[in-house]
Unconditional design. Structure first.
Length: 327
């Protein structure tokens, strides 16, 4: 399907260019829009975000139609500007999708390698422990034989020395395996540090606080939703995508609760319904970004849990929020 969109889109732009050249000189905005679409169509957008590429193509077609109807018009320039931005958006979203895919693939490969190393170390440790036990049993027998046969002390002592050397070698091997386990522990600590760094990166767009109920990520409601609405604003999706990337680094046994909160303006029932709708919208977007649906639920809190005084504009603004609690 992606290849079909790419082929049709490229032919469409080529045809538009031919028509444009035959009719009149396109505006700079239309030329830029065509170039932006060509870049998007020849990149990964056709495979990763074909719907966005199709939207960009449809926007460009409208600009081409405006050019054919009234070359150089404000309509042509405006539609060309929109088409250019749609193409650039497709390129940006394709890059984001590829980056997220790369992260997931890397984490999967890392987990597989760690599981393999852990199993190898555990198996080797078990074999070494068994060998140590068997060596000890042999040593005990040798000592008993030495006591019973004094005339064979020299030979038995030599054998005992050799067996003790073997035991020391096995001990050294066990210590080496222990160092490997310690290296694995260090790698796990590094992964935890990366997670902490990822959380820190969210501080510019959200408030992060460790509470008794868990780790709480608080997002300002005004940057997520228009007043009285439950539909996410465009800027909200970029922020929530960053939050989703961090949530996916958490262990699967960590549960997530999305809480919607409002100020005290309006009725209790309306505020409860609004907060639930906003919590549902955030949850649905996080799931669409890869967070497992069985880990996350949405809860509307309405105006029941304010964090500031609702009597002031600043207080009400602080109370209009979405909190993501990781338990």
């Amino acid at each position: 399907m992606a290849k079909r969109i790419y082929s049709i889109g490229t032919l469409g732009v080529a045809a538009a260019l031919l028509v444009g050249c035959g009719a009149s000189t396109p505006t700079k905005e239309l030329v830029d829009a065509r170039a932006a679409y060509q870049e998007a169509a020849h990149g990964t957008a056709a495979e990763l975000v074909p719907d966005k590429l199709l939207s960009a193509k449809q926007s460009l077609d409208r600009a081409e139609a405006a050019h054919n109807d009234d070359s150089g018009s404000v309509q042509e320039k405006s539609l060309s500007y929109v088409a250019q931005r749609m193409a650039e958006l497709a390129v940006a979203l394709a890059g984001q999708a590829q980056a997220q895919k790369d992260v997931i693939d890397a984490e999967k490969q890392y987990d597989e390698v760690q599981d393999s190393l852990r199993k190898q170390a555990q198996d080797e440790a078990a074999r070494t422990a068994m060998a140590l036990k068997e060596n000890q049993e042999r040593l005990d027998k040798v000592r008993k034989d030495l006591a019973d046969e004094n005339n064979k002390v020299g030979e038995q002592a030599k054998r005992l020395s050799q067996q003790e050397a073997d035991l020391n070698a096995k001990k050294a091997e066990l210590e080496a395996r222990q160092k490997e386990l310690e290296a694995e522990k260090a790698a796990r600590a590094l992964a935890e540090k990366k997670l902490a760094d990822a959380l820190k990166s969210l501080e510019e767009i959200a408030k992060i606080k460790e509470e008794s109920r868990g780790l709480v990520i608080t997002l300002d409601g005004s940057v997520l939703f228009a007043s009285g609405k439950t539909t996410l604003l465009p800027m909200a999706k970029d922020r929530l995508a960053r939050v989703a990337a961090v949530l996916q680094q958490q262990s699967d046994d960590k549960k997530i609760v999305v809480e919607g909160h409002t100020d005290s303006v309006g009725s209790d029932d309306a505020n409860m319904k609004l907060s639930q709708g906003r919590a549902d919208s955030v949850r649905e977007y996080l799931v669409s970004e890869g967070v497992k649906s069985d880990r996350i639920k949405a809860v509307g809190k309405g105006e029941t849990t304010p964090i500031a005084d609702n009597k002031t504009p600043d207080g009400r603004a602080n109370n209009r929020r979405v909190e993501i609690v990781i338990k």
